[in-house]
Write a protein of this length. Structure first.
Lengths: 139, 760
């Protein structure tokens, strides 16, 4: 049984979310910052008249902040019918992965990433980390 | 048709729909005579009509549907089986019902439609007396459009008036249609085009569709804002014209769609007489309920949200506000208490008042309780006016305190009421006179979706502040800011017309760095929680209508933002939650303020000076207008001035303001070029006028010494302001020139006179 994933990178790692959850991919959106909000909320964007929250996945996964001169990409996903934007470094492609390739997170993995990762798909050359979007959005 | 009240209207619309369904069901029933579903559906329809007609006292309608219902009940329970005859009498019944409804719609009464024949026929079927002769002729007749044979074939032993007019009991459906058409035609020729069937002139629309439309209109308003802005940046005259046209159409469309969602507040109120009656009986109180302004409309989603708070207030008023008959007599009042509900539109809001003529709330008792429960210190209470103290009943601490309920008679769940009202952007306040009664006043926005707001900048970000909470704007340049912003034990304050206004820096609240380093201070004077405070911002950008987009609950829980909006350039701006800001910033600050207040009072009493707005009116003349009643300074397009009768008026925030051109009033000529007008909006009570001047020169607060030696029309005198002679406007005469009825309210009259006495 195979699944189709949209992949993106964060701090050099390859991540993926189920293609069914992804609504669209955007770049170059002006974000309105939200003072007093948690660090993981990267602001609000205007998506064709709809106001979406943007979640900074780097902040969420406790990664170092993005270099100032790089512009993040936005992956708009739908969780429980509500669109929400995820800030990522670069967009990869759409890949088909098989259940056989999947393994749960290693027991040594601790902290936030353990809660937010479903597991890893062993691709030929690297690991594709499957993000638990429901938890990522709720966190 | 005006005399038909609303319930009857609804009944008619509903019944017309039901009857159409009934026709289809009856025809279908003929094909599958045993269908319990169809019979059940028909039974329910007739039952509904019967019930409502009984309730509305339409006796004939009730008697027809009553026998019809009996027949249907037997059919449904299988005690009778469908025969062509039964179908026939049922259809005849439906037609009679239709006739009766038509008559009710025309005249408001059942008229002289005779129902005895149909009743008799149905009764005959019920009794079984009709069974024998009927089948043969009728089976032939069902497909036959000719009505007459059926009349002959009927077993009308019971029905005496066979000589009734033909259309009353049309026996077959094919005959009914042309008759209905004929009736409609007759109507339209008789009474012209003005008349339309109730059912035809209104349709039922899914609320979701209306919500979608509302959302789309919201988007259109946003796009309109963008286009208008861009058109303003460019030279193209055609584009400008199209943009203006778009502007107008979008505004009208917005109003139109908003209207579709408007419902009279009577929808809520209609349930209250029962509540009041039952509760009054339970408490042993006689209560008359008076309702004023029941046709006042507001958005249906708001109507829902107001329902519970309003019911609560009404219950509270009956339960605790009004005294027992004995108590009232002892106080020299009529034994019957009066509870008045009042609704009206004011300044783009709906005001709903719940007034009782009961014992009132004792502010001293509230203060005692506040002190005892520790929500306020005695020093704070000493500084509060009794009106402010009354508002304490909305504090959560007061809600559960049983002792207060016993003592003062009020306060149960008032915090919940307040929270509910605020969640829809409304406000609540309470007024009370001991022994005379209590008034709770709700101010509710007309609609939630689109609100007028002020956009401001702070630390490079833009925020919107709903106009509802905005009182005025104060701009101080660096020199004045240095002296005008003072410090009370670490808390910044500004002297606004003599009273200390606590200042809250938005940058501090949001934890951001201001980008403004030139020392200028901009203060948005806001009102929330019954208190005024000044929000210091970096820049004021614009006033515009914004479309409110909801925030996720996580962002709402920050307690700083009430929503988000998209500005003209497509960027998202957060809407500041002024109530929450006030709660957060003021509790801390109000405590510290206690010490400073006494000094403020001293200052106020030592030097009472009057603020004047100085305006140029052309011809080098300057006129001073007392600022206290000036509510707003605006620029309006000259093209927006319209003429009503012999007066010029201008539309302003949903109201029509009479316009007064000060240059003409004072006999000079405006020197202002350009296609907009500088307008000073002057208000007293609920009335406003727009005074047109050439330019706003300054706002001064001087110890004005008016030399009232000029005997000129329209002026009360002259004064020296900054070494120039400034004429002091006789506001009363000026206002009366624009709106002769302005001072018809005696209270307003008094206010303005006092103010003028102060001025002179």
């Amino acid at each position: 049984m195979s699944t189709r994933m949209v992949t993106f990178t964060l701090d050099g790692h390859l991540y993926g979310v189920d293609v069914g959850a992804v609504q669209e991919v955007l770049r170059g959106q002006t974000r309105t910052r939200i003072p007093l909000s948690p660090r993981t909320l990267a602001g609000l964007i205007n998506l064709r008249g709809q106001v979406l929250s943007a979640i900074d996945l780097r902040a969420l996964l406790d990664m170092p902040a993005r270099a100032v001169d790089t512009e993040p990409m936005l992956v708009v996903i739908r969780v429980a019918g509500e669109p929400i934007a995820l800030l990522v470094d670069t967009i990869g492609s759409v890949v088909d992965v098989d259940v056989d390739q999947f393994e749960p997170p290693p027991d040594t993995l601790a902290g936030v990433s353990r809660d937010l990762l479903l597991g890893a798909y062993k691709l030929d050359d690297q690991l594709l980390l499957a993000l638990d979007v429901d938890r990522a959005v709720a966190a | 048709m005006e005399e038909i009240d609303e319930i009857v209207q609804e009944f008619l619309v509903e019944s017309h729909e039901n009857l159409d369904q009934l026709d289809r069901d009856l025809v279908a029933l003929e094909r599958e005579p045993g269908s319990r579903d169809l019979l059940g559906s028909i039974f329910r329809t007739i039952h509904t009509i019967k019930g409502t007609s009984g309730f509305l006292a339409f006796g004939n309608l009730e008697s027809v549907t009553h026998v019809g219902e009996n027949l249907l009940a037997r059919l449904r329970d299988g005690k009778l089986s469908m025969t062509p005859l039964t179908t026939d009498v049922l259809l005849a019944m439906v037609d009679t019902v239709r006739e009766l409804l038509a008559s009710i719609e025309d005249t408001g009464a059942e008229g002289d439609v005779d129902v005895t024949d149909v009743v008799a026929r149905i009764t005959a079927v019920l009794d079984g007396t009709a069974a024998e002769p009927a089948p043969t002729p009728i089976t032939e007749l069902i497909p036959d459009p000719e009505p007459e044979p059926v009349l002959e074939a009927e077993p009308v032993e019971v029905a005496a008036p066979v000589d009734e007019p033909a259309p009353v009991a049309p026996p077959t459906p094919p005959a009914a249609a042309p008759q209905a058409a004929g009736r409609a035609a007759a109507e339209s020729t008789d009474e012209g085009t003005a008349r339309r069937n109730v059912a035809d002139s209104s349709i039922r629309v899914d609320v979701e569709l209306l919500d979608t439309l509302m959302r789309l209109v919201g988007e259109l308003v946003l796009t309109r804002n963008q286009i208008v802005r861009q058109a303003g940046d460019q030279d193209g005259l055609d584009l400008m014209r199209s943009a203006q046209r778009l502007n107008l159409i979008a505004t009208e469309l917005q109003e139109g769609v908003m209207k579709t969602r408007m419902q009279p507040i009577d929808h809520l109120w209609s349930k209250l007489p029962r509540v009041v009656r039952d509760l009054g009986a339970a408490c042993g109180k006689n209560v008359t309920l008076a309702m004023v302004g029941r046709e006042t409309e507001l958005d249906r989603s708001l109507l829902e949200s107001v329902k519970d708070p309003l019911t609560h207030l009404v219950r509270n008023a009956v339960d605790h506000g009004l005294e027992t008959p004995e108590g009232r007599r002892a106080a020299g009042k009529p034994a019957e208490g009066v509870l008045t509900l009042r609704a009206y539109h004011e300044g783009g809001q709906v005001v709903v008042e719940v007034c009782d003529d009961g014992a009132g709330i004792d502010a001293d008792r509230i203060a005692e309780k506040a002190l005892a429960s520790g929500v306020r210190t005695s020093a704070q209470l000493a500084q509060m006016s009794s009106a402010d103290i009354l508002q304490l009943i909305f504090l959560p601490g007061f809600s559960t305190a049983q002792s207060v309920t016993n003592v003062s008679g009020r306060g149960v769940g008032m915090d919940v009421v307040k929270t509910n009202i605020e969640s829809i952007g409304g406000t609540i306040e309470v007024e009370s006179v001991m022994g005379r009664g209590t008034t709770c006043r709700l101010r509710i926005p007309l609609t939630l979706a689109i609100v007028p707001a002020l956009t401001v900048e702070c630390a490079g970000d833009r925020y919107a502040i709903p106009q509802v909470s905005l009182l005025e704007l104060v701009a101080l340049d660096a020199d004045r800011a240095a002296s005008a912003v003072e410090d009370v034990n670490g808390a910044s304050v500004y002297r606004l017309r003599g009273a200390l206004l606590p200042l809250v820096r938005l940058t501090d609240v949001l934890g951001v760095e201001s980008e403004r380093s030139d020392g200028h201070v901009l203060i948005a004077v806001l009102q929330a929680e019954g208190k005024r405070f000044g929000l210091v911002i970096d820049r004021v950008l614009n006033t515009e209508e914004i479309v409110v987009k909801p925030l996720t609950s996580r962002l709402k829980s920050l307690g700083t933002y009430s929503g988000a909006t998209i500005l003209g350039d497509g960027r998202v701006a957060l809407i500041l939650d002024v109530q929450a800001l006030a709660r957060r910033a003021l509790t801390a600050e109000a405590l510290e303020r206690g010490a400073g207040e006494s000094t403020a009072k001293e200052q106020r009493s030592s030097g009472e000076h009057l603020r004047m707005l100085v305006a140029g009116i052309g011809g080098g003349r300057r006129v001073a207008i007392p600022l206290s009643s000036v509510t707003r300074l605006e620029n309006v397009a000259a093209s927006s001035v319209e003429v009503v009768g012999s007066r010029e008026v201008v539309q302003y925030r949903g109201a029509i303001l009479p316009l007064l051109r000060l240059d003409r009033h004072l006999g000079t000529m405006s020197e202002r070029a350009g296609d907009d007008l500088v307008v000073v909006v002057y208000s007293a009570g609920s009335r406003s006028v727009a005074i047109v001047v050439d330019e706003i020169i300054d706002i001064v607060d001087e110890e004005t010494e008016v030399h009232s030696d000029i005997d000129d029309h329209g002026l009360v005198g002259s004064t020296l302001i900054r070494d120039r002679i400034v004429e002091v406007l006789d506001v009363r005469a000026a206002i009366l020139a624009a709106d002769p009825k302005f001072y018809s309210d005696p209270e307003v009259d008094l206010d303005v006179r006092n103010e003028l006495q102060e001025a002179v």
